[in-house]
Design a protein around this ligand. Structure first.
Ligand code: NAD
Ligand code: IPM
Ligand code: MN
Length: 363
């Protein structure tokens, strides 16, 4: 199979972990006889420095001319005091909007060998396996107005949580489709006791649920959901929620897996290429030190193989290589648990790559 992949490394550890995903994809190409052509683009702070904008037009053109997009992470202290249109994060929001990446899937999967890496007890995190479906192109992140203003002559500010009903419907439908192929349980997370937008969200979830009699729907208020994630995470199968709620809950959920550095994501488009990125950021505190965990990025690449290219066997091979590598005791610092000897980013990438090629030698 021939496929063109746009790679947007971004900033900070985004660059370090993206290199890992490329190496792994090259190993997959070698083992399975595929041709992956990589084309590189700029986004975020790096793009601001080189082109004066966080999302140059050429980057969008590159993405649209490819079969899938891999993105590292954007942001960093260097750009934190820029006006809002010149912030790296604006580039990320703009690419999501321009590629119509309305659905962000964030799977939370337990790796048994990482039981000691989480601050939570093994009995709580064991066998956790659910997906957060985060609405990605609407809600509080995109509503207008979003600006500084004045009110009765005094300084004020407004952000807007806006949704069209169809935007709510399509993300909830996707969650039900997903749940119907899994454990048949949807938890719709909202703040319907306060927000009108959540009341429409809840109503819409009920309407969609009527078409999926085999799937159980539960509503949960977001503050309770934040608590339930830590108290009893095994109750969840598919959790669907508004853009900002999903952002916050997924970082929290990453603790169940041992580290933020373990969580991949897939952003699905209404048309055109999908985008795959870890849920973590550019991690300025560890950037440039070759110690970031590349697994979230590598699992995002596996997800690309499965969801954009239909390469199920190849995706499973990457996931198995990650599992085998962790089972062998290989750890980056963030998942070290009590272990004193840890690997660098590059060493971890090499271990996982080796595991993929070893599988080929055995089979
Ligand atoms: P962050 O996700 O970058 O880091 C949070 C903490 O997790 C840090 O201590 C970091 O060292 C650790 N961490 C994150 N990824 C890791 C990995 N792969 N391996 C080991 N440790 C890892 O969040 P932050 O510090 O709040 O934000 C830093 C910058 O990243 C900000 O500019 C923010 O806007 C941006 N950001 C970007 C994205 C993205 O591009 N998708 C996501 C989140 C944050
Ligand atoms: C994420 C990030 C982004 C978000 C930021 C950097 C805009 O936190 O991808 O989770 O909030 O969506
Ligand atoms: Mn986030």
């Amino acid at each position: 199979m021939r496929r063109k992949i746009t790679v947007l490394p971004g900033d900070g550890i985004g660059k370090e972990v993206t290199r890992g995903a490329i190496e792994i994809l090259e190993a997959v190409a070698e083992r399975y006889g595929h041709e992956f052509e990589f084309q590189y683009g700029e986004i975020g702070g790096t793009a601001i420095d080189n082109s004066g904008t966080p999302l140059p037009d050429e980057t969008i053109e590159l993405c649209k001319s490819s079969d899938a997009v891999l993105l590292g992470a954007v942001g960093g202290p260097k750009w934190d005091n820029q006006p809002s249109h010149l912030r790296p994060e604006r580039g990320l929001l703009a690419i999501r909007k321009q590629l119509n990446l309305y659905a962000n899937l964030r799977p939370i999967s337990y790796f048994s060998s990482l039981a000691e890496s989480s601050p939570l007890r093994k009995e709580i995190i064991e066998e956790v396996d659910f997906v957060i479906v985060r609405e990605l192109t609407g809600g509080l992140y995109f509503g207008k107005p979003s600006e500084r203003t004045t009110h009765e002559g005094k300084e004020a500010v407004v952000d807007t949580l806006f949704y069209q009903k169809d935007e709510i419907k399509r993300i909830i439908e996707l969650a039900f489709e997903l749940a119907s192929k899994r454990k048949k349980r949807v938890t719709s997370v909202d703040k319907a006791n306060v927000l009108e937008s959540s009341r429409l969200w809840r109503e819409t979830a009920e309407e969609v649920a009527a078409h999926y009699p085999e799937v159980e729907l539960e509503h949960m208020l977001v503050d309770n959901a934040a608590m339930q994630l830590i108290r009893n995470p095994r109750q969840f199968d598919v959790m669907v929620t508004e853009n900002m709620f999903g952002d916050i809950l997924s970082d929290e959920a990453s603790v169940l897996t041992g580290s933020l550095g373990m969580l991949p994501s897939a952003s699905l488009s209404t048309e055109g290429p999908n985008l795959f990125e870890p849920i973590h950021g550019s991690a300025p505190d560890i950037a440039g030190k070759n110690i970031a965990n590349p697994i979230a990025m590598i699992l995002s690449a596996a997800s690309m193989l499965r969801l954009s290219f239909g390469l199920e066997e190849e995706a499973e091979a990457v996931e198995k290589a990650v599992k085998d590598t962790l089972d062998s005791g290989a750890r980056t610092g963030d998942i070290a648990g009590g272990q004193t000897s840890t690997l660098t980013t590059k060493e971890m990438i090499a271990e996982i790559k080796g595991a993929i090629l070893d599988q080929a030698a055995i089979s």
